[in-house]
Ligand binder design. Structure first.
Ligand code: ATP
Ligand code: MG
Length: 411
């Protein structure tokens, strides 16, 4: 029988790698807490309708990337392709922003998209997600971008580029949309098949087509800045001014439109030069129309999603630190076979004193235990009578001590 392997686009994060992920998540938790964002756990699957409505029928995600199935109760269920719609659903359902309150929330976990797997692009991938709900003003956009940049700074990422745009709102985007359709209609023969389809359904998406020809056409397309209404213009100016005040460099990119339809006003991305084609480590923006699209009352929001897989790749490439690999401090060796049980009792007692300790549980000989133990900071040799000898590996000092004395020494 052929052995079973992991499904295409998924991967195992093995012990030699997992400490890096823990480090990034732990650092994210610290940054979130410094910014007063509260952690939220949301389901990994939701009703398909939430994403169809909240992410947008014409987005790549909903059109071709979702993992959708009918469950045993006959409901259409989708494995979440992103977190924002679920966080918004939860905030509405649990009244987190009732009476004009706002909520600053963060979360992390796996997302699922049926995509062509390649470096930095998987079918199960992980995101760190932050959302600020209930605030319409530019201060919230500034806070979100500040948060993402502080996270990357603490992780030690270098050579990042912040690109920012405004995608307008329900008042000014339809006008811009029309201008775009008119322009692209004149260049129909230069567009790829997908973009011809987008021309009908979602012409803004043509702007971020990665095909060379479409890119050239898009370069000369009407500029969204000329179509923004006064409110959107003002908002964008405030965001830019805020970023400057905080000392952040950014680039304007009028072709940054994001794949998701509920985005309004600010759209931003953080790019890394060390990622090749999959160069975005973080994408975000404002989504003032998501709550209503999901069937709730009006609730403005702004947030980001950071690709954990890609962050780890960039950190490896740039030689960033992942902190210390957690290792036991002491190896308790059984001097002979009669001392094995005693060694396990001593090890257990050390652990309940919160001292990271190991002993042999694989039946290895004294010689092999010693060989194995040399990489630990301390060795404790236990005999069958309960006598303990502590050895500090670095200076080769041997001492006969009681368990309490050893605990005191190691704490
Ligand atoms: P891309 O243009 O790379 O497909 P996207 O616009 O689809 O990105 P978002 O929906 O904005 O991505 O998700 C935010 C972040 O999640 C991305 O910037 C990226 O770091 C990460 N990401 C998205 N899709 C994947 C994937 N399939 N595998 C790994 N990371 C991903
Ligand atoms: Mg994508």
């Amino acid at each position: 029988m052929a052995s079973i392997i992991a499904p295409r686009g998924t991967r195992d994060i093995l012990p030699g790698e997992s400490y890096k992920w823990s480090y990034v998540i732990k650092t994210a938790g610290e940054v979130m807490s410094d910014f007063a964002f509260n952690e939220i756990y949301i389901p990994i699957f939701e009703h398909t309708e939430l994403f169809a409505r909240g992410v947008g029928e014409t987005s790549d995600i909903v059109e071709k990337e979702m993992y959708t199935f009918i469950d045993r109760g006959g409901r259409s269920i989708t494995l979440r392709p992103e977190a924002t719609a679920g966080v918004m659903r939860s905030a509405l359902e649990n009244n987190l922003c009732a009476q004009g309150n706002f909520a600053k929330l963060w979360s992390y976990g796996p997302m699922f998209r049926y995509e062509r797997p390649q470096k930095g692009r998987y079918r199960q991938f992980y995101q760190i997600d932050a959302e600020c709900l209930g605030i319409a003003g530019a201060e919230a956009d500034i806070e979100i971008i500040n948060l993402s940049l502080e996270l990357f700074k603490r992780l030690g990422l270098k050579n990042l580029e912040v690109v920012i745009n405004s995608v307008g709102c329900e008042k000014c985007r339809p006008v811009y949309r029309e201008k775009l359709v008119e322009y692209f209609n004149q260049h129909k023969d230069e567009l790829c098949e997908t973009c011809l389809n987008r021309l009908e359904r979602n012409p803004l998406r043509i702007l971020d087509c990665k095909k060379e020809n479409c890119g050239k056409v898009a370069e000369n397309a009407p500029d969204i800045f000329n179509s923004l209404c006064d409110e959107c213009k003002e908002h964008f100016k405030k965001v830019c001014a805020g970023l400057e005040r905080l000392g952040f460099k950014y680039k304007l990119n009028k072709r940054l439109v994001r794949g998701l339809d509920y985005y309004t006003k600010t759209a931003f991305e953080i790019l890394s030069g060390d990622l090749g084609a999959q160069n975005a480590v973080c994408g975000g923006g404002r989504y003032d129309n998501l709550a209503e699209a999901a069937g709730g009352s009006h609730l403005p929001g702004v947030g980001f999603a950071c690709g954990l897989d890609r962050v780890v790749i960039v950190m490896e490439e740039q030689g960033c630190s992942f902190g210390k690999i957690p290792e036991p401090k002491i190896f308790v060796i059984a001097k002979n076979d009669d001392a094995r049980e005693n060694a396990q009792v001593i090890t257990s007692k050390l652990r309940s004193e919160k001292i990271a300790a190991v002993c042999d549980i694989a039946g290895r000989s004294f010689k092999n235990q010693i060989k194995n133990a040399n990489s630990y900071e301390y060795i404790c040799k236990a005999d069958e009578a309960g006598n303990l000898e502590l050895v500090k590996n670095s200076d080769d000092v041997h001492e006969n001590l009681t368990l309490d004395e050893i605990v005191g020494r190691l704490k």
